[in-house]
Design a protein around this ligand. Structure first.
Ligand code: GCU
Length: 672
């Protein structure tokens, strides 16, 4: 029995690893290929060593020798390759002959070689032949960041994958190997910055003890091209520094931040800079002193500028200023500040004007501040989309914002605004609120790993399609069986729309339960501030439903460029999936299909439930092709999702029917 038990233990350990390895599930070639497959030319920098180590670890079958060499290495220049356009981070990977020997050359800068190495491994893991390789790419966005909403006590705000990965207690002395795996995973996508702590920041993160801990992480991440940033609490000069004020116009305050920055840079010479949430949801900020967001941002920017640091200043302001329409606040406050921010400030704007809903129109600030670099902030963690349990592949959501037509300066896409190309900004950035925790599979479910992956790939190249990303992720995560891939990709592509359908179709938003945001709560009406209540967002009564944001309502449509504002002003030219975001309409309103708004709404809820049922059936077909650990967990989560999709539909429909007294359309199952 002992043998049996230990065999079982081995099997369990091996299976438990399945989720841990993310999309880097290498199957190294065995014995016959034991000669070192990698040569590094020139200086063996830590980054090149990291790239070489990754190649040795993966040791892909059939690849043959690989050479890592800088683009200015004589062996590379002799080949006259098109390396001039690679920039600081681009790579070129090509099958070439050097000194009469065929090799796979990976070239660029140190960083380019690191990214090229991972691109080569991805290329091979997605079924490409190891010969005649020719890959070249450079990132479109400069700073590709993860934002961790990790508190210093280990709790992750809106985190559903366990506790924080950072063990602040044992740092800086104990350097958990998992930190390196985190860095490898990010480098494989090209993520090059990470904000370690929550935007609702505690001042302790700026104390010497915590700076030393952050420095230890920075040391581990550096060879993988990842810079560390910190969220800064604006009132730190008072709380930590003992000053009477944190007024950005007070020279003593500016001096305090300059000294604090110097201290951080002594410990972390390549520290990225600060991320700031100011005057939002109770956080301190410059407005407390009658100063503007630009005054606050510029004061901090001056402190980090001598060291090459930057400030990411969030536009998610949410105060009591406009009870008329919460969604208008960021634009109203930031648009007038265009042109006033220092050169090393980036304004970080959520993808939509409200708060990471399953669907929101793109934020009107994209395209509205041409003199300011604007970074989009996406939420990878699924606060409003069923936490870690529900399957919702988010690339379609990210991509919907990135490809949206701003109707400014021709038909510029949001991606052209944020990559800096439209307005020729030197700085460009993109941020994703991480879904990572210390759970064995990092993200709480196998499919949530795809959201981390897809975010990273889109940050590198916003023009990649969600479908293509899903396929390459699935190949690396589950294997290359075509039937499995078709099924998994189909599931992923249907999943986010299903969540929209059963939680809030046709442009409805913020209908979830109070506080935790899990499950339905459209009837909630008794919270202290009007805009905390779902009834504020749907405005439904016996006659109709939806938020009028046209000129007869909150006038938020006027925040968009004129061409788009015109389309949004009329329900007939508003995209159907954003209809009730912009319009309050009678339940009997006729949709393009000829059906009434009410019947169409019900169809969407039913469709959401039906799609989740289909996901479950599809997943059943994959059972023989996926390891038991990952298969089982996904299966059980899908069962939860199927139950909760019904909960959402039935609770929502019952509530709407209590207002409109309308019957369900023929064929729709009655709410339970
Ligand atoms: C949402 C979220 C908060 C978070 C805030 C932010 O409101 O629920 O937990 O702090 O966004 O982005 O700052």
């Amino acid at each position: 029995w002992y043998l049996g038990l230990s065999l079982l233990a081995c099997a369990t350990a091996a299976q438990a690893e399945d989720g841990y390895r993310l999309w880097m599930r290498y199957a190294p070639a065995t014995a016959s290929q034991t000669a070192d497959p990698v040569t590094v030319r020139g200086e063996q920098t830590p980054m090149l060593a990291a790239a070489a180590a990754e190649l040795r670890r993966a040791n892909p079958a059939g690849l043959g020798p690989v050479m890592l060499a800088h683009a200015n290495d004589p062996a590379v220049t002799a080949l006259r390759l098109p390396v001039a356009t690679l920039g600081d981070e681009g790579y070129l990977v090509r099958s070439v002959t050097i000194d009469g020997r065929p090799v796979t050359l990976v070239t660029g800068t140190d960083r380019g070689i690191l990214y090229g190495t991972f691109a080569l491994l991805r290329h091979l893991a997605t079924g490409a032949a190891p010969t005649r390789i020719d890959l070249t790419s450079r990132p479109r966005v400069g700073l590709r960041m993860l934002n961790h909403w990790d508190n210093l006590d280990g709790v992750v705000e809106r985190g559903y994958a366990g506790r924080s990965l950072w063990d602040w207690w044992t740092l800086p002395d104990y350097r958990d190997p998992r930190y390196t795996d985190y860095a490898r995973a990010n480098a494989s996508l090209g993520i090059n910055g990470t904000v370690l702590n929550n935007v609702n920041a505690k001042v302790e993160s700026l104390t010497p003890r915590y700076i030393a801990k952050a420095a230890a992480l920075a040391d581990i991440f550096r060879p993988y091209g990842i810079k560390v940033y910190l969220s800064a609490r604006f009132s730190a000069p008072v709380e930590l520094g003992g000053l009477k004020t944190a007024n950005p116009k007070d020279p003593a305050v500016a001096a305090w931040w300059a000294a604090k920055s110097d201290e951080i840079y002594r410990a972390i010479p390549d520290f990225g800079g600060f991320l700031v949430k100011a005057n939002s949801e109770g956080q301190p900020g410059p407005r407390d002193y009658g100063a503007s967001h630009a005054d606050g941002a510029n004061m901090l920017a001056a402190a980090v500028r001598p060291h090459g640091g930057i400030v990411l200043w969030r536009a998610f302001v949410y105060a009591d200023t406009d009870p008329n329409d919460r969604a208008k606040q960021a634009y109203d406050e930031f648009k007038p500040l265009d042109g006033q921010f220092a050169k090393n400030v980036i304004v970080q704007v959520k993808n939509g004007a409200l708060d990471f809903q399953p669907r929101e129109p793109f934020h009107p600030l994209f395209g509205a501040m041409p003199r300011t670099p604007i970074a989009p902030e996406f939420q990878i963690t699924k606060e409003y989309l069923g936490f870690a349990t529900h399957l919702a592949y988010l690339a379609p959501l990210f991509s919907e914002t990135l490809t949206a037509d701003t109707h400014t300066r021709g038909h510029a896409r949001v991606s052209q605004v944020i990559d800096g190309s439209l307005d020729r900004h030197r700085l460009s950035a993109i941020a994703g609120v991480a879904n990572i925790g210390d759970s064995r599979d990092w993200t709480g479910s196998s499919f949530n790993q795809a959201n981390w992956y897809a975010y990273g790939r889109l940050a590198w190249d916003p023009s990649l399609t969600p479908q293509a990303i899903a396929r390459e992720w699935a190949m690396q995560t589950f294997g290359t069986d075509p039937k499995l891939l078709d099924t998994v990709v189909a599931m992923m592509m249907a999943s986010r729309e299903a969540v929209v359908d059963y939680t809030g179709p046709l442009g409805l938003a913020h209908l979830m339960a109070t506080g935790h945001h899990y499950g339905p709560g459209p009837w909630v009406a008794d919270l202290k501030r009007p805009e905390w209540n779902p009834v504020y967002y749907h405005r439904a009564d016996a006659a109709g439903i939806g938020f009028d944001r046209t000129k007869t309502g909150s006038k938020a449509v006027a925040q968009y460029a004129p061409g788009l504002a015109k389309l949004y002003a009329d329900p007939k030219t508003t995209p159907e999936n954003e209809l009730l975001w912009f319009h309050h309409l009678p339940w009997t309103y006729r949709m393009a299909s000829g059906a009434t708004l009410w019947d169409t709404l019900v169809q969407h809820y039913d469709r959401g439930v039906a799609t989740v049922d289909t996901l479950r059936t599809q997943w059943q077909q994959t059972k023989p092709l996926v390891d038991p650990e990952r298969w089982q967990k996904t299966d059980e989560f899908l069962a939860v999702q199927a139950r909760e999709a019904r909960w959402w539909r039935d609770a929502s429909l019952s509530y709407w029917m209590s207002l409109n007294n309308l019957p369900l359309p023929a064929g729709s199952p009655p709410p339970a």
